[in-house]
Design a protein around this ligand. Structure first.
Ligand SMILES: NC(=O)c1ccc[n+]([C@@H]2O[C@H](COP(=O)([O-])OP(=O)(O)OC[C@H]3O[C@@H](n4cnc5c(N)ncnc54)[C@H](OP(=O)(O)O)[C@@H]3O)[C@@H](O)[C@H]2O)c1
Length: 249
């Protein structure tokens, strides 16, 4: 294990690295870039890689992990790799709406864990009501270990975080740097998170970038955070791991 990294314990006794490498990319970026970027991420120290069937790059991520195992950088057991089941279908670019029984999906995921296909199982984009539905499900075998949701300084998910903590569910944050601002999803006139004056002032004070302050904020409140961050920035980020973060409360 990479001792430089901070790990968070999951409710099934396993550990997740506090910082994960996000692998979503816009369709115009070639898939080969994902292999390249994932290799760099592993070399830089990332041990948590966030994927999803929907990102359509799992093969490329697998190639990168394999190559980094082959060259001795990591062992398979060092890598915490997340995938996600897609409960949405698209046809000709349009979403096909359907009713999905989330409890039935959860039971199928429990079976995957029992079959050894997944080590830990969690959910994504669940609100409190949906989490309670799983937690109160008759015959529940495994609680979700995590809930991956949008979470950043402009949408800090305080209530959901408190609820997750009360149930020993780890909150995993995406969008922590303000997202890739894809025109499809983000109103381009909305404020740019990394230009925020408070983040800027803290960055200046601590001689770090606003991105590192935004990530550090999440780790300090017990949130696992995803980012697509460069090698240099990552090294700096590790340096601030031991920072006294009183400003970031
Ligand atoms: N479960 C879900 O529904 C869901 C949804 C969205 C994302 N995710 C996951 O979360 C991951 C993170 O995605 P995200 O869209 O939320 O991205 P994000 O990490 O909030 O932001 C990524 C953007 O931040 C900028 N950035 C990265 N490092 C920086 C640095 N050191 N300084 C300044 N800017 C920096 C990059 O901009 P430039 O490109 O301009 O460099 C990049 O486009 C995804 O890859 C995916 O794995 C999950």
């Amino acid at each position: 294990m990479n001792s430089r990294l901070q790990y968070v314990e999951l409710n099934d006794g396993r550990f997740i690295p506090g910082l994960g490498f996000g692998t979503y990319k816009p369709p115009e970026v070639p898939n080969s870039k994902t292999t390249e970027a994932t290799k760099i991420a592993i070399e830089a120290g990332y041990r948590h890689i966030d994927c999803a069937y929907a990102y359509q790059v799992e093969e490329e991520v697998g190639l990168a992990v394999r190559s980094k195992i082959a060259d001795g950088t990591v062992k398979r057991e060092d890598i915490f790799c997340t995938s996600k089941v897609l409960c949405i279908q698209y046809e000709n670019g349009k979403t096909i709406y359907d009713h999905v029984d989330l409890c039935a999906v959860w039971e199928a995921m429990e079976k995957c864990k029992d079959a050894g296909l997944a080590k830990s199982i969690g959910v994504s984009n669940f609100n409190r009501r949906q989490l309670e539905m799983i937690l109160n499900k008759p015959g529940l075998k495994y609680k979700p270990v995590c809930n991956q949701v949008e979470c950043h300084v402009y949408h800090n998910q305080r209530k959901l975080l408190d609820f997750c903590k009360s149930k020993n569910i780890v909150l995993v944050a995406y969008g922590a740097l303000g997202t890739q601002r894809d025109k499809q999803w983000v109103d381009q006139s909305s404020p740019v998170l990394l230009d925020d004056p408070v983040l800027g002032a803290l960055a200046k004070k601590h001689k770090r970038s606003p991105a590192l302050i935004a990530l550090r904020y999440q780790l300090q409140r017990g949130v696992v955070v995803l980012a697509q961050i460069s090698y240099l920035a990552f090294s700096c980020f590790l340096c601030v791991y031991t920072y006294n973060g009183m400003d970031l409360r």
